[in-house]
Ligand binder design. Structure first.
Ligand code: GLP
Length: 240
C-alpha cells in the first residue's frame, strides 16, 4: 500500500519531496533521478534550488519520463527544453548526465531500446517523480498500456492533447505522438513519488491508490510497487 501524505498546498508538497531528494543525494551523490514534466512537479524543482546550495550535484544523473515525437528539440515545449529550463539550469546539474528520450525523426527507430539501455547502464532509477493525467496516465502511458511496457512510441489521446494544449498556441500544435518510459520501466525504479494537486485529479488519484489494478487506469500500476509515496493536496485526496 502506498504511503499517502496529504498536504495543504503544492509548496508544502514540493518542500517535502525536495527534502527526500536532498537526503538521497547526500547518501548517493551520483543518484539517478526520474524527472517528470507537466506543472505538478514544478514546486519540487523550485524547492530543490535553495536546498541544494552546498550539495555537490556534479554527479547527479537524470532521465526524463517522456518526450513528444516530431517536435524540434529546441522548441520551448519539448520536454528536453522544459527539463533544461526547469531542472538542469536552475539546479546547476551537468546536462551531459541528464537525458530525455530521443523524439527526433532520425533517432526514433531505436530510441526506446537506447533509452532502456542507458537507464540500465546508469544502474536504474533511484527516485522517480510522477504526475498523473486526468485519465490516470503516468508518463504518457495512456489507458490500455501494458504493465510490462518499456520505453516506446505511443499515440496521445485527444484528452491528453486537449489537457496539454495550454502549453502551445493551439491544440493543432500539440504533437500526435510521444515516446514514454513504459509502465514496466517506471515500476523498475526503486522509489516512486507521485504528486497530484487539485480536484480535477481526485478521481485519477483514487483510482491509482485504491482502485482496481487495471490497465484502464495506468496509475494503478503503482499498487504493484513496494515503495511508493503519494503526495497530494486535500482537493486531489478528496475521492480517497
Ligand atoms: C503530461 C505528462 C505527464 C504528466 C501529466 C500531468 O501528460 N506527460 O508526465 O503527469 O501531463 O500534467 P500536469 O502535471 O501538468 O497536470
Amino acid at each position: 500500500m502506498a504511503e499517502v501524505i496529504i498536504v495543504t498546498d503544492p509548496e508544502s508538497a514540493g518542500a517535502l519531496v525536495a527534502d527526500e531528494i536532498v537526503s538521497l543525494l547526500r547518501r548517493r551523490p551520483d543518484a539517478v533521478l526520474g524527472l517528470a514534466t507537466g506543472s505538478t512537479p514544478l514546486p519540487v524543482y523550485r524547492a530543490l534550488q535553495p536546498r541544494l546550495a552546498g550539495v555537490d550535484v556534479s554527479r547527479v544523473r537524470g532521465f526524463a519520463l517522456d518526450e513528444y515525437v516530431g517536435i524540434d528539440p529546441a522548441h520551448p515545449e519539448s520536454y528536453r527544453s522544459v527539463i533544461s529550463r526547469e531542472v538542469v539550469e536552475p539546479l546547476g546539474l551537468d546536462p551531459a548526465f541528464i537525458r530525455t528520450p530521443d523524439g527526433s525523426d532520425d533517432g526514433i527507430e531505436h530510441a526506446g531500446e537506447d533509452y532502456e539501455a542507458a537507464i540500465a547502464a546508469a544502474g536504474g532509477i533511484d527516485l522517480q517523480i510522477l504526475g498523473i493525467g486526468t485519465d490516470g496516465h503516468i508518463g504518457f502511458n495512456e489507458p490500455g498500456s501494458s504493465f510490462a511496457s518499456r520505453t516506446r512510441v505511443k499515440t496521445l489521446t485527444e484528452q491528453t492533447r486537449a489537457d496539454n494544449a495550454r502549453f502551445f498556441d493551439s491544440i493543432d500544435d500539440v504533437p500526435m505522438h510521444c515516446i514514454t518510459q513504459g509502465l514496466g520501466t517506471i515500476l523498475s525504479a526503486r522509489h516512486l513519488v507521485l504528486l497530484a494537486f487539485g480536484a480535477e485529479k481526485a478521481a485519477a488519484v483514487a483510482g491509482a491508490v485504491e482502485g482496481p489494478v487495471s490497465a484502464s487506469l495506468p496509475g494503478s500500476a503503482i499498487q504493484l510497487h513496494p515503495h511508493v509515496t503519494v503526495v497530494v493536496d486535500e482537493a486531489a485526496a478528496s475521492a480517497l
